[in-house]
Design a protein around this ligand. Structure first.
Ligand SMILES: Cc1cc2nc3c(=O)[nH]c(=O)nc-3n(C[C@H](O)[C@H](O)[C@H](O)COP(=O)(O)O)c2cc1C
Length: 396
């Protein structure tokens, strides 16, 4: 009798083990565990060298820049007559019109790209002269058509000896770290070095780490995160660009993925497998709760914030603030400091009107605009790489 019970128990245990292994293996397969991560290729330091044209080489660096919603809304047109000239256009098909109705973040993103191109140009011996809006700025009444016909920048290269640019190596680090940061203030030297990145009299970088401002900014961010989390059409826009598994990530190579929340490795595959099987885990109420919870953890573990102000909210100022942002984040990396933009209170859709207006009333000076609000600090853990397209996909 005892023997029979023992045998039955063994069979149950073995079946259970087999079932768990099967479920686990299925999740890994659904996640695409054996897929090659082509969407990470552009992060390799050698990636650019497969192209002979220096303009493509520099664009391959530009696309590593931080960019709103990881939409990578850049189009490069190579000048057919002059091999040292190319143009940057914004890709109107990559707008995120719900969260960014006036394409302000999209313009900041153009600037972020341009600064990466400039730094890579110096390093490779192709200094890049950037002329913003060489054919005039966009017609805001017809933004989409304007974006398609009007370049954001003309980039003219020259040939010199390569320069030892101190920020070059940091181009190959991902710009956004959403994990908790150490409970440690920045030193005055670090604050001074970061604020001094700005050399333009029309822009200001300011760092806040006193308890009053930390508390105030925390409240602004959480209130606006809650508004965003409950604004269905904005959340839906984000949900649509979430790539739930390796197949999708290789297919699209832009948008969001589990890496964005710092999840990688086996756990990343398990979550990807689950979200592929049950998409509702990442939509509706679940997405609302996840967004609020993860934001709360981030801001509860933040000891410093930074803001980038521009004298006005013109398209040129927006692009310039993106250039400054890239410089700021790269300098931060040089100092071992990481950042995460917290854009919610700066967003311009109607539901965000109150936080937008009151953060500007509290912090902006003489009609200036806050272009970026960032949390910054010493990381608890490294941020994984985010997806990037192949550079040839942005060359028209
Ligand atoms: C204008 C702008 C606004 C952004 N806003 C946010 C934000 O509100 N929250 C966030 O977590 N990341 C934000 N980001 C970071 C992007 O999501 C990030 O750059 C993109 O996903 C690519 O990831 P990477 O920077 O790690 O390469 C923003 C970036 C830019 C340029």
């Amino acid at each position: 009798m005892k023997k029979v019970v023992k045998k039955t128990m063994l069979i149950i245990l073995l079946s259970l083990g087999l079932l768990i292994t099967l479920v686990f293996a299925s999740l890994l397969l659904l996640s695409g565990v054996f897929e090659q991560q082509k969407y990470l290729d552009p992060w390799s330091k050698e990636y650019f060298s497969q192209f002979d044209d220096p303009r493509i080489q520099l664009a391959a660096h530009g696309l590593l820049a931080g960019n709103g919603h990881n939409m990578q809304p850049w189009i490069i047109k190579l000048d057919k007559e002059n091999p040292m000239v190319f143009y940057l256009y914004s890709d109107s098909k990559r707008m995120t019109g719900e969260v960014d109705p006036f394409s302000r973040q999209m313009m900041v993103t153009q600037g972020a790209f341009l600064e990466y191109v400039k730094i890579a140009g110096d390093y490779l011996g192709y200094p890049a002269e950037v002329e913003l809006f060489p054919q005039g700025v966009f017609d805001e009444m017809d933004l989409i058509k304007s974006m398609q016909s009007t370049p954001v920048a003309k980039i003219t290269l020259s040939k010199t000896s390569p320069l030892e640019t101190p920020l070059y190596d940091y181009l190959f680090m991902t710009d956004t770290n959403r994990s908790p940061y150490k409970n440690q203030q920045l030193t005055m030297d670090q604050v001074n070095e970061l604020e001094a990145v700005n050399t333009n009299t029309d822009t200001v970088v300011k760092i806040y780490q006193d308890p009053t401002n930390i508390e105030k900014l925390k409240t602004y961010i959480m209130n606006s995160v809650i508004i965003e989390a409950n604004t269905d059409r904005v959340m839906k826009e984000t949900e649509i660009i979430f790539r739930s598994n390796e197949f999708k990530k290789n297919q699209y190579r832009y948008g969001f993925s589990v890496e964005g929340q710092g999840t990688t490795g086996l756990m990343g595959h398990i979550i990807q497998g689950l979200v592929t099987l049950f998409p509702s885990m990442n939509s509706g109420e679940a997405a609302t709760n996840n967004f609020i919870k993860s934001s709360q953890i981030s801001i509860d573990n933040t000891s410093a914030y930074a803001m980038i102000f521009t004298k006005d909210n013109s398209i040129i100022s927006q692009v310039e603030s993106g250039m400054l942002y890239s410089n700021l984040v790269l300098t931060a990396h040089k100092l071992g400091i990481v950042m995460q933009p917290m854009s919610q209170p700066l967003e311009e859709y109607p539901e965000m009107n109150i936080p937008y207006t009151s953060i500007h009333t509290d912090y902006a000076y003489n009609g200036s605009s806050i272009q970026m609000l960032l949390r910054l600090g010493l990381p608890e853990k490294e941020a994984p790489f985010s997806m990037r397209q192949d550079v040839m996909e942005i060359i028209e």
